[in-house]
Design a protein around this ligand. Structure first.
Ligand code: NAX
Length: 327
């Protein structure tokens, strides 16, 4: 049987952690033949550490055959030791009266420290997924703080936006999500993201032709996907957790095991594709194979799409400018 791989998860006692860890341990992320060791990180705070102990007791009680070890940590230098995957879920939420700049600064501190720790102790091939918001900018900060690791291995989660878009399009076209191909979401994980179905098909038919309604695209579809997180908070009183964990599983599974030629959306550092400046962590269509992703290139960008991409890019550049002095 295969040797275990190490999976570090931060914010492990939080809501997303609770929806995520059991699925990783059951083999849904890396395969039903791949043993895993969970290296869990929480803040040193006693309440968080106790909550983490409770989650670990439950993981033990599942008796997952693939779970080869569980560790609880409060220091990223221990949590990230030799890790093959790092899912950075924990982040500082916006508190009452907190300005956007304060939020960026608080997270810059967390992701600088975690990037440095990954740089110091993780596997030299560690694959990093940042879920904690602002996810793209946090991934950028971690990447910049880890100069000895491949920059391309720092990614941000746009998959929830992608899955939300797929679900809306399946409903609109009366088809199944599993029949949808070639969908993507460009840009920042925020309401400015641009979900783009111009190339998408369902059962082999063009979704753009089936929908044939640019007003629906601009006035219904894009706002629905962009504001879905807020709609869930309004309905549930809590932010998306199970769907976020599910998207994290999808993101890492496809990266590690391959997308078999299909497009998926990942937030990845640009190398200048589509005019996005180098190193900006941006949602792009990618295909994945042998543990590597490749940005789908050569797609036509029409005027509407260019405007949408410019808008989400401008927001990301603003975030990046806001943390420049902290790096
Ligand atoms: P919770 O507040 O339930 O849990 C976060 C956990 O992280 C807490 O237990 C906290 O103690 C821990 N934590 C905070 N700072 C830490 C640090 N420096 N090291 C280790 N652990 C730390 O939040 P949850 O609902 O789980 O959401 C987690 C993050 O995901 C938030 O930043 C949230 O905004 C973000 N999201 C990102 C999404 C995406 O698509 N990229 C969607 C869902 C979600 O909103």
């Amino acid at each position: 049987s295969k040797a275990p791989v190490r999976v570090a998860v931060t914010g492990a006692a939080g809501q997303i952690g609770y929806a995520l860890l059991f699925r990783i341990a059951s083999g849904e992320m890396l395969g039903k033949d791949q043993p895993v060791i969970l290296q869990l990180l929480e803040i040193p705070d006693e309440k968080a550490q106790n909550a983490l102990k409770g989650v670990i007791m439950e993981l033990e009680d599942c008796a997952f055959p693939l779970l080869a070890g569980i560790e609880a940590h409060s220091d990223p230098l221990q949590a990230f030791k030799d890790t093959d995957y790092a899912l950075l879920v924990g982040a500082r939420p916006r508190g009452p009266g907190m300005e956007r700049a304060d939020l960026l600064a608080a997270n810059a501190q967390i992701f600088t420290a975690q990037g440095k720790a990954l740089n110091a102790v993780a596997s030299r091939n560690v694959k990093v997924l940042v879920v904690g918001n602002p996810a793209n900018t946090n991934a950028y900060i971690a990447m910049k703080s880890a100069p000895d690791l491949p920059a391309k291995n720092f990614t941000a989660m746009l998959r929830l936006d992608h899955n939300r878009a797929a679900s809306q399009l399946a409903a609109k076209t009366g088809t199944k999500v599993g029949d949808i191909r070639k969908l993507t979401v460009w840009g920042n994980h925020s309401p400015t993201m641009y979900a783009d179905y111009r190339f998408a098909t369902t059962n082999g038919k063009s979704i753009k032709d089936l929908v044939n309604d640019q007003v629906w695209n601009a006035d219904t579809f894009l706002p629905t996907v962009g504001k879905r997180g807020a709609a869930i908070i309004a309905a549930r009183g809590l932010s998306s957790a199970a769907s976020a964990a599910n998207a994290a599983i999808d993101h890492i599974r496809d990266w590690a095991l391959g997308s078999k030629g299909e497009w998926v959306t990942m937030g990845v550092p640009s190398n200048g594709e589509y005019g996005i400046p180098k190193d900006i962590v941006f949602g792009f269509p990618v295909t994945t194979e042998n543990g590597e992703y490749k940005i789908v290139e050569g797609l036509e960008i029409d005027a509407f799409s260019q405007e949408a991409i410019n808008k989400t890019l401008a927001e990301l550049q603003g975030e990046q400018d806001g943390v420049k002095h902290l790096l």
